[in-house]
Design a protein around this ligand. Structure first.
Ligand SMILES: O=P(O)(O)OC[C@H]1O[C@](O)(COP(=O)(O)O)[C@@H](O)[C@@H]1O
Length: 391
């Protein structure tokens, strides 16, 4: 019944054995230790074989299935289709054409004067890839996407509703900077099935974040990482390009209770409120509750900044009304909480904010519980000035 979990053609290509590609002698030597590389790849295979021997769920699909946490057949099928779509996107963003796709004016129709379809920008293509995969799953009633003005109805009796940002950070593609997909899954509200389609779709998409059944992100970077929670902790899986599987590499992620990194676009410092300036000035001087000088890291790609924060701790923020509640803040806050962290708008828990509009924006602060608490204690941390920025 499941969609083929066969990898994409490109992911079928076996990883080259480093020793077959030893460089021809030249007048300079590459600083590569091929013996070490060979050992590292042997170590990787030994690790994977061992995980299999222990009968631990090894792949994403094993993890969600009956041998793992058993989320139910319907949700397994949905996740299987979603991961398949994300593998396609991973190939797309890594392709030699990604940068020209990212920059093209885009459009879904034919270009004028030609009967050939105009190329579509990557975020539009990614949206179409996920939408069609979810449609084929037969398990999704409604999809609310950053790329669609209104929610899209797929299958009337599909048990789930999916909210998503199909490709966040695509403006970075030109410079090969990481991008990501963000998603959340709700149960369909069967009690409103009698309402007209538009109203049903809207109410299904505006469910409170506290009702999320699952949430995750896929990071397209040096590795492709599928990080997910079903409300019982957070696990991350890394795409093994030799088999096409997402392999469990980060079981039971726990965010450190305190980090030493803050992540924000601090060119906006002079548009910040006093409280936020004071907070950042304090922690970077090592004068906060944690007596260490904080470091700054900001990729300007939400999934990448959040992923690093989840692993290393600290706080990732965008203090202006910019990021979206329904398909960015809610799923990432659910993951943060499941990892022991927090998601806040500077005053309130994100998950308890009732969405009123699909594309609603808000300030977002995600990270280690002690860092978020300290930040909130400054009171005035939401940037009210939002003049619009060129870059
Ligand atoms: O310009 P800012 O305020 O630094 O915002 C950057 C944030 O905007 C995003 O690029 C998303 O913005 P878009 O939805 O307009 O693409 C995030 O990936 C990133 O974290």
């Amino acid at each position: 019944m499941l969609s083929p979990t066969l990898p994409l053609k490109s992911t079928l290509i076996l990883a080259p054995k480093p020793y077959l590609y030893a460089p021809k002698p030249t007048h300079f030597r590459l600083p590569i230790n091929f013996h070490k590389l060979r050992m590292a790849s042997h170590e990787g295979f030994r690790l994977i074989a061992q995980m299999g021997e222990n009968h631990e769920p090894r792949t994403l699909i094993e993890y969600v299935g009956k041998g793992g946490i058993n989320v139910g057949d319907d949700l397994v099928i949905l996740i299987d289709h979603l991961q398949y779509a994300c593998k396609k996107i991973a190939s797309l963003v890594a392709s030699p054409f990604s940068s020209s796709l990212a920059n093209c004016a885009g459009g879904s129709g034919s270009s004028s004067g030609s009967d050939r379809d105009a190329p579509k920008p990557l975020d539009i293509l990614s949206n179409e890839i996920i939408l069609s995969s979810l449609h084929r799953s037969g398990k999704v009633a409604v999809v609310a996407s950053e790329e669609n003005e209104a929610p899209v109805c797929l299958t009337d009796d599909g048990p789930f509703v999916v909210v998503m940002d199909p490709l966040d950070g695509s403006r970075n593609i030109d410079a090969s900077i990481p991008t990501g997909t963000i998603f959340g899954v709700y149960n369909r509200l069967a009690e409103i099935d009698h309402l007209p389609e538009e109203e049903r779709a809207s109410l299904n998409s505006l469910q409170s974040g506290t009702r999320l059944v699952a949430a995750g992100y896929v990071l397209y970077s040096s590795a492709t990482i599928f990080c997910v929670t079903f409300g019982t902790g957070v696990q991350a899986f890394t795409l093994d390009r030799s088999t096409g599987d997402f392999v469990l590499t980060h079981p039971g992620i726990k965010i450190p209770s305190r980090g030493q990194i803050y992540s924000v676009n601090d060119a906006r410092y002079f548009d910040w409120p006093e409280g936020l300036r004071q907070y950042i000035d304090t922690i970077r001087q090592g004068k906060g509750q944690y007596p260490k000088k904080y470091s700054a890291r900001y990729i300007c790609s939400l999934v990448a900044d959040f992923h690093r924060t989840l692993l290393y701790g600290g706080v990732a923020m965008n203090p202006r009304d910019h990021l979206r509640l329904v398909y960015e803040a809610n799923p990432l806050s659910f993951i943060a909480e499941q990892a022991g962290g927090k998601g806040s708008d500077g005053k309130n828990r994100i998950l308890s904010i009732q969405p009123v509009k699909l594309h609603q924006r808000l300030p977002l602060f995600l990270g280690s519980p002690e860092d978020i608490q300290e930040l909130e204690s400054y009171g005035d941390v939401q940037q009210r000035v939002n003049p619009g920025y060129d870059v």
